[in-house]
Design a protein around this ligand. Structure first.
Ligand code: PLP
Length: 400
């Protein structure tokens, strides 16, 4: 079977809820992947930062093999010997008291929303059914009905109504708008420290800091969604560290397993996660021993291979080199660490054709929000590999 055959099969039997680039990948190792035709590409998207550790990291392959032979699933009806160790290691690494394990990112966000509401009723004493959560314009937090209920994207909501109530949207980066939206029933502010799907949008300096102060003053939980920005992507373990704040709750996912398995979690204080009693919330696969063993190793790789530091250093280098490219298409660049949005001018006809041209030259990127090319390579990338990618980016930005 060739590329065309695979695409035809997928189009016939798979729902069309995505529009992927037409490359059918068969193998991956580190930053490199190979398609079914035998063509090699560099992956400059890293599964939206799930592959910070690179494709098929040998230590992750090894632990997955080993643990899958021992024990894969118990459900939470029984205990397993991996969850306690992941919980402890994650809390020690991040400075939080407790974690609650789930599978997908959306489930972690759902969990944080449930915790915030329950905290609101039980501890803040908000009147029954009145809890409000403030979110930001441009947000992306996942695809469940509740989460899309506060999405700014009409397409994400169209046809899926009725939606979940209790959310209020304010402009991202606008602290006055946030303050104005607060009422006595506000229980939480859910925010991405840097917006990923929104187009790698970095808010004004001091925004998160001020938001955090306001949350403290008004007894509101600050929930940082670090599912894409966290675990090294921005040059720190968490993007919120750039602003020296400590959110009340953090959602993580994606790189928590280095691309091996769906694993997500919510981190928080024992007061907040303590609102859950047995039976209040759960997941059959959440906290399974295979997931936990993989996540433990994925975190260890981030620390051992200094992936946050690499992202800071190499991200700075990539940004400096990009800014030297003389292209009539580029409006500006933004980002933090190895996470950069190339914002194209309106008249350049959208980012998709640039991503397709990059693909032809062996570099896989994905456009976001029509005009932005998002660069987010695995953090294990080397300087030499970045140079290889830069040649292709420069070529496309100056030739097209
Ligand atoms: C990807 C993402 C999610 C959703 O994660 P899934 O695993 O796709 O459900 C939530 N929040 C942010 C910021 C994300 O980037």
């Amino acid at each position: 079977m060739n590329t065309t055959d695979y695409i035809a099969l997928e189009n016939k039997y798979g729902a069309h809820n995505y529009k992927p680039l037409d490359v059918v990948i068969k193998r991956g190792k580190g930053v490199w992947v190979k398609d079914v035709e035998g063509k090699k590409y560099m992956d400059f998207l890293a599964a939206y930062s799930a592959l910070n550790q690179g494709h098929c990291h040998p230590r992750l392959v090894k632990v997955m093999k080993k643990q899958s032979k021992k024990l894969a699933l118990t459900s939470r009806a029984f205990r397993n010997d991996q969850l306690p160790l992941l919980a402890k290691e994650l809390c020690k690494l991040t400075g939080y008291d407790m974690m609650l394990p789930m599978n997908s990112g959306a489930e972690a966000v759902e969990t944080a929303i449930k915790a915030a509401r329950k905290w609101g009723y039980k501890i803040k004493k908000v009147p029954r059914n009145k809890a409000e959560i403030i979110v930001c314009d441009g947000n992306f937090h996942g695809r469940t009905i509740t989460i899309i209920s506060f999405s700014p994207e009409d397409q994400y909501k169209d046809g899926f109504q009725p939606l979940t109530k209790g959310f209020k949207m304010v402009p991202y980066g606008d602290i006055a708008a946030f303050e104005e939206a607060i009422t006595e029933n506000t229980v939480a502010f859910l925010v991405e420290p840097i917006q990923g799907e929104g187009g790698v949008i970095v808010p004004p300096k001091g925004y998160l800091k001020k938001a955090s102060q306001l949350c403290k003053e008004k007894n509101i939980l600050l929930i940082a969604d670090e599912i894409q920005s966290g675990l090294g992507r921005t040059g720190k373990l968490f993007a919120y560290e750039h602003e020296h704040v400590k959110p009340d709750m953090v959602t993580i996912g994606k790189a928590l397993s280095g691309g091996m398995y769906p694993v997500s979690a919510v981190l928080s204080s024992s007061e907040i996660l303590g609102v859950f009693n047995p039976g209040d919330h759960g997941s059959t696969y959440g906290g399974n021993p295979l997931a936990c063993a993989i996540a433990r190793k994925a975190l260890k790789i981030i620390v051992d291979e200094k992936l946050s530091e690499r992202s800071a250093k190499l991200g700075k280098y990539l940004m400096e080199r990009l800014k030297k490219i003389d292209s009539k298409h580029v409006d500006f660049y933004r980002g933090e660490g190895l996470w950069i949005g190339i914002v194209l001018k309106k008249e350049s006809g959208g980012a998709r054709r640039f991503c397709e041209a990059l693909m032809e030259r062996g570099l896989l990127c994905k456009e976001t929000h029509v005009n932005v090319i998002r660069l987010a390579p695995p953090l294990v990338i080397t300087k030499k590999e970045i140079d290889w990618a830069l040649e292709r980016i420069e070529n496309v930005l100056t030739m097209l």
